[in-house]
Design a protein. Structure first.
Length: 218
């Protein structure tokens, strides 16, 4: 199954195919793409390797820098020679450097630089009355990336107590939502607002209780 990680801005994309044999041995092929995103914005340093492993032992591997397979032992050398003599396979491996490695790296880079600001609403969970205990809700929807900071302000000052926030919730479409709740006694003339800080916003978004702002435009 495909996996990708970013370790100190080094792109890794791994695909592994495994086959269990009747002999209880395991044969699998690992496809690995590696690029340093800091030093190669055009992905020209992308390295593509294909490793053939049998019974936990490396038989042979393809390296895009060599543009051929290299065997690790006698059996692996025979396999490497066999693959290297297959012109269609060599052509396929060269094409996969672009279609598998660089294509997925570009998608990864796009997802890392994509920023969508949140849609924020502030409301009470029931009919609010001054002088009575009320729970206010601050909802931040459809933002990306995940990192976000939500705080409550009472008459412009940050509230530190009586606040409960949910964990990030994945919407399943590369966007997230988060909810924060404040319990307090409302007083006439004392504004209550929710402040949201996110990389998709040029400045913190402060939304007054009862006011809804959607600053994201398609």
């Amino acid at each position: 199954m495909p996996q990708h990680t970013n370790v100190r801005n080094c792109f890794h994309y791994v695909i592994t195919f495994a086959l269990s044999l009747l002999t209880a041995r395991l044969r699998y092929t690992e496809y690995l793409c590696v690029s340093n995103l800091n030093h190669s914005s055009d992905l020209s340093d992308m390295v593509y390797t294909v490793k053939l492993v049998f019974n936990q032992k490396l038989l042979c591997s393809y390296d895009s820098r060599l543009e051929k397979y290299v065997g690790s032992d006698e059996l692996g050398i025979r396999n490497a020679e066999h693959y290297n003599n297959q012109s269609w396979k060599m052509k396929q491996r060269k094409e996969e450097l672009e279609t598998i490695c660089r294509a997925n790296a570009r998608l990864y880079i796009k997802s890392e630089t994509r920023k969508v600001p949140p849609v924020v609403t502030v409301r009470s969970n029931s009919k609010a009355r001054y002088g009575q205990l009320t729970t206010l809700e601050c909802h931040a929807y459809n933002f990306y990336p995940q990192a976000i900071n939500v705080t409550w302000l009472l008459d412009g000052s940050e509230v530190t107590g009586d606040v409960v926030s949910t964990e990030f919730m994945d919407n399943g479409d590369w966007s997230y939502q988060m909810h924060s709740y404040l319990e307090l006694v409302l007083h006439r003339g004392v504004p209550v607002s929710c402040r949201v800080e996110h990389s998709g916003l040029k400045e913190p978004l402060v939304t007054l209780w009862g006011e809804t702002r959607n600053i994201y435009k398609n």
